[in-house]
Design a protein around this ligand. Structure first.
Ligand code: BEZ
Ligand code: FE
Length: 296
């Protein structure tokens, strides 16, 4: 006798339910739940779009090319997630902060672990190229108290919009990178160069997609930070130049109002000498507020 089918055969109308039912013995409950949502939404999208066979095959080829360009240094799927706003959405979901704490944004692919720990005030620009910049502020808790012993890992693109790892041999290793540690007063300060906007890697499928969508690949000028301290949530964030031409159209949606800094031009030799620079230079003041690991 033919056994009665619990969920029936595949039909256009029941497509998602049939697939979801087939996954009922999944070994991991989380995987089962995630796949149920993904299958339901994917089938919904396909039903709304009604792709031709050719269009579906083009989509398959697109994902194939996205995988094929990946290597140890290039992660095209992360870029895809970035330009679709998914990276920022996952970041937002996982970094809901108490009021007053600094907001997070994407890590990006150019962080290098093991940058040198430098004395406070050091110049992270090792090739003296670009317009000098003095960056300073405090690392605070949500009550406004200074955090001593906070580790500040900072990295930035140069005045042409390139990170050191993109210009090996042209820029010194660890150019525009450094790790600083706050003292009792929670203050930090260092010297760098005014960063410039730059394109995310756009010579692959993600760049092609952006072009087809009439979008540019640029990120507005920014400095990256990872700030950590014992007893506090680690903060991965940037500060941005609000006057950058791409400030309202970041290719990866990383800009937040609270992360806009001011890059104040200073043309005063005495002020420059005080911070170990010569005029003119940019002064950038920015405080970061960390939330406690217990979320207070
Ligand atoms: C970055 O800011 O370094 C970055 C972020 C996302 C994609 C590409 C670059
Ligand atoms: Fe960046």
């Amino acid at each position: 006798m033919i056994e009665e089918h619990e969920y029936g055969y595949f039909t256009e109308a029941d497509s998602a339910d049939v697939v979801i039912a087939r996954n009922k013995n999944a070994k991991d409950e989380r995987l089962k739940a995630v796949m149920a949502v993904l299958v339901r939404k994917l089938h919904e999208a396909v039903k709304e779009i009604e792709p031709t066979q050719e269009e579906w095959f083009r989509a398959i080829l697109y994902l194939t090319e996205t995988g094929q360009i990946c290597n140890e240094w290039r992660q095209e799927f992360i870029l895809l997630s970035d330009v679709l706003g998914v990276s920022m959405l996952v970041d937002a979901i996982n970094n809901r902060k108490p009021s007053g704490a600094s907001e997070s944004t994407v890590l990006g692919p150019f962080h290098v672990a093991g940058a040198p720990e430098l004395p406070m005030g050091a110049d992270i620009c090792l090739d003296q190229k670009g317009e000098p910049m003095f960056v300073h502020g405090h690392i605070l808790d949500t009550k406004g108290n200074p955090i001593a012993g906070a580790k500040i890992d900072v990295w930035q693109a140069n005045d042409e919009g390139f990170y050191d790892v993109q210009q090996k041999g042209l820029q010194p290793d660890f150019n525009l990178r450094g790790v600083f540690r706050t003292g009792e007063d929670g203050r930090y300060w260092f010297r760098g160069v005014k960063p410039k906007f730059y394109p995310i890697p756009d010579d692959g499928p993600v760049g092609k997609l952006l072009g087809a969508l009439g979008r540019h690949p640029y990120r507005p000028a920014h400095l990256h930070y990872i700030i950590s301290a014992e007893g506090f949530e680690t903060l991965t964030t940037h500060i941005f130049d609000p006057d950058d031409r791409y400030i309202d159209s970041d290719a990866v949606f990383g800009v937040k109002k609270s992360l806009l800094a001011e890059f104040v031009p200073v043309n005063d030799e005495a002020a420059a000498a005080k911070v170990g620079l010569s005029a003119p230079f940019y002064d950038v003041a920015f405080d970061f507020v960390l939330s406690r690991a217990d979320k207070s």
